[in-house]
Design a protein. Structure first.
Length: 271
């Protein structure tokens, strides 16, 4: 059913063209024009550099012709480094998820966190996967309380540190709304994501999250950790649930791409 809002948006799209249309999208008056007329963008992300992702996610992603963003933690990497390098050759994006994945930041200052957790992981990624001037970061445990002060000062300190370290953006893991293009441009160090299987191994939760993004014309970022034969604890995703999500995504009018590609597209829309 046509609503006043949909009619108005349609008329606006007809009346605007060229620079005017780009300016309207930049102000978020119109949804981003996703590739192939997709209704939403979707990024599949995998945290911690876990063996089960190599064993149980890489193959299904290849079969579905989907590329993802993997946020790697150094202490999990060395045993299967060759497999991760091979995965990078398949076109997947790799981001920084620190050296030891600290959830408690109370023992760090901004400087010590950069020295102990960020810089060594950056060097490791550069050495094994090549330098990336557009590298992304994922906050371990979504903790942003870095250093002293109130929550706003702590987050501002963390964001300033990430910016100074050369990251183009950072992803949380909070159950929150998908990202509008305007939000992603304005707050690239607070990109929202949903670990829909954190509390329950149910593919319908991820599907509902993406459907919400489709209604809005927004960007949904999904987060996975262990991909196992069956769920053993909080945060785990069963192979069956993971496969159901991939199957559903490939049947929908959505654009699935690594986070960096989506950010490039959003930046281009604003140009």
């Amino acid at each position: 059913m046509l609503t006043r809002r949909s009619i108005s948006a349609g008329l606006t799209a007809l009346l605007l063209s060229g620079p005017a249309l780009a300016a309207a999208r930049a102000r978020n008056r119109l949804p981003a024009a996703w590739p192939d007329a997709a209704k939403a963008a979707v990024s599949l992300t995998y945290d911690d550099g876990l063996d089960s992702q190599l064993d149980n996610a890489a193959g299904p992603l290849a079969a579905a012709k989907l590329q993802a963003t993997f946020f790697l933690t150094l202490e999990n990497m060395d045993a299967r480094l060759a497999d991760w390098v091979e995965l990078a050759r398949a076109g997947h994006e790799f981001g920084n998820h620190t050296v030891t994945h600290p959830c408690d930041l109370s023992g760090y200052t901004g400087a010590s966190f950069a020295r102990k957790e960020i810089a060594p992981m950056q060097a490791y990624l550069d050495a094994h996967f090549g330098p990336n001037p557009k590298r992304l970061f994922a906050y371990p445990c979504s903790a942003t309380d870095l250093g002293t002060g109130d929550a706003n000062r702590q987050l501002a300190r963390y964001e300033a540190l990430l910016s100074a370290s050369g990251f183009r953006g950072a992803r949380t893991c909070d159950e929150d709304d998908p990202n509008s293009p305007r939000y992603a441009r304005a707050d690239p160090y607070r990109l929202r994501a949903s670990a829909t299987t954190s509390d329950k191994d149910d593919p319908n939760l991820a599907i509902a999250y993406v459907q919400d993004a489709m209604r809005r014309g927004d960007w949904a970022i999904l987060v996975f950790h262990e991909i196992l034969q069956q769920r053993n604890g909080q945060g785990d995703t069963s192979i069956a649930t993971h496969q159901t999500v991939l199957n559903w995504l490939t049947s929908q009018p959505v654009w699935c791409a690594p986070m960096g590609q989506v950010l490039d597209h959003i930046a281009g829309q604003a140009a």
